[in-house]
Design a protein. Structure first.
Length: 177
């Protein structure tokens, strides 16, 4: 008993090609696999055991290929993008700026400031001196967005920071490629 199978996928649904498959019927005798679209000569097996061994090999090859693809994906995920050195400088400047402004604010407003002013200032201080630097150091996308908004609003020095975080290598670090 002969079994005709596709060499690409192992399917036994092999037919003579028609015009729809790009084969001119009557002029060529190209066979077409209905499952994967392979066009060419099929494999002819003498026995069913040979065909089953071929299918087992195809399945094993497919699993190996999937494992290799998964390994490549895992390796890409494990590769960490090195933090640009400018981010360290930027974070240092942000923390220093927040500490200096806290010192100045304390001596200008003093203890007599209203509670709402203190709450507002503590919120701004915690964002600019703790939360934003942490996100920038870890390469978080939200920190890139928040930093961009804050830098764009603080003219003129913030424009330099804004320009830096929009550079391609910095955008890649934050996952904004």
């Amino acid at each position: 008993m002969e079994i005709i199978a596709c060499p690409n996928c192992g399917s036994t649904r092999i037919y003579q090609g028609r015009m729809g498959e790009g084969v001119l019927t009557g002029y060529t005798t190209r066979n077409v696999c209905r499952d994967c679209g392979y066009q060419g000569m099929p494999i002819i097996f003498d026995s069913e055991t040979d065909y089953k061994n071929f299918i087992k090999g195809k399945i094993k090859d497919k699993k190996l290929k999937e494992n290799k693809e998964n390994d490549i994906i895992v390796k890409k995920k494990k590769q960490k993008i090195k933090r640009p050195f400018g981010i360290n400088i930027l974070v240092s400047i942000l923390i220093l700026q927040a500490l200096i402004s806290a010192y100045i604010y304390y001596y200008i407003v003093g203890i007599e400031g209203t509670i709402s002013l203190w709450i507002y200032y503590i919120a701004i201080f915690s964002i600019s001196a703790i939360i934003l630097p942490y996100g920038l150091l870890k390469g978080r996308g939200w920190a890139w967005t928040l930093g961009g908004i804050m830098f764009a609003m603080s003219i003129p020095t913030g424009i330099i920071f804004f320009y830096y975080i929009t550079r391609p290598h910095v955008r890649v670090f934050f996952g904004k490629d």
